[in-house]
Structure formats: C-alpha cells, structure tokens
Design a binder for this molecule. Sequence first.
Ligand SMILES: [Zn+2]
Ligand SMILES: [Zn+2]
Length: 182
Amino acid sequence: MDILICAACARPLTDAVRLMDAVPDLPPWDGSPGPDGLRRSPATMPRGRYAVQPDHRGAPFVPCPEEDEDAYDGIHPGGPWASDERGWLVSAGPRNQYVLHLDDVLPLDLHPEPLRSSGCCGAAGADGPNRVCACGAEVATLYADCSTPYEILFAPGAVRVVPAPRPGGPIPDHPRSCRTYE
Ligand SMILES: [Zn+2]
Ligand SMILES: [Zn+2]
C-alpha cells in the first residue's frame, strides 16, 4: 500500500491506496442524480485503489494536429469535444497523473482562483489544478461535474508516492519529520 505526499512539503495527501494495473473503464451513467442528490457520474475508481492515467488530461488545451482532425475523438480519447477559433482542441495537460476516489483523499483546500473550481453541477476541472495542499502547492484536479467522470487526479510532478506508514508511525521516507500519519 502507498500514500501520495506533497512534493513541496511532504504532507500526506491520501489514505493508503493500492496500485491498479490500469484505470478502470468509466462506469455507465444515465445522467440522473445519485443518492446524494448530486448530478455526477459514479466514481471512476474503487475505494482504496489508485491508477496511472497514461493520456494527457486537463488544461492547457491546444489545437488538434491537422492530420488527426478526421479521427478527432474529444479533448482526450473518448472525452468531450471542444473547439475554439483555432479548430478542435486536445488536452496538453500532464500525462501519467494518479487517479483516485475522492473519499481516499485527505481534505485539500480549494484553489484561491474561483475560476479553477467552475463547472455546471460540480468542478469541471477544465482550468487547471483546482485543489491545493495546505502549503499552497497546486496538487490535484477534481472532476465532479455532470459532463465529466468523477475522479481526482494528482499531477506526477506535484506529489510523490511513498510506502504507506503504519497508523501513528512516522512517514518512512521522512525519518526526521515530526509529522505523523493519522
Ligand atoms: Zn504541500
Ligand atoms: Zn450540470
């Protein structure tokens, strides 16, 4: 089992999670609100697991290369379609982000820029990372809108994966840290 910690300050950001071979297929969803009344897809990830998303995800968005236009399949494969005056857009956001269920993530702060958390029924994640560590570092993008999957992605440069410590013990990778993992 692993945890993700902030690359800037080493704070734990998640509960203990186990790596999956691949991101699961998106669960089917008919668009109706869930038991919590929120209009969002069922979560992409099962609890207690994490996976690596190999595709580009999130901002910035750049024009689709001309030779790929005929095969355009959204801002990322299978994703929503988007265009501007330059034509179809594709994500040039980070690859290899860590995908988790939001309930496995310790409380994060909202990004101070309100636009980052904009969306229709929830955060659309289209304007860059929308969650920050307590130290202020941009660490994650929550997707929780009616037009997005329901998942949270941590950019690989913003976090480090370390073995999960025993409850109450020090973070093994930081022997001099006085912080303990709760
Ligand atoms: Zn931090
Ligand atoms: Zn909506």
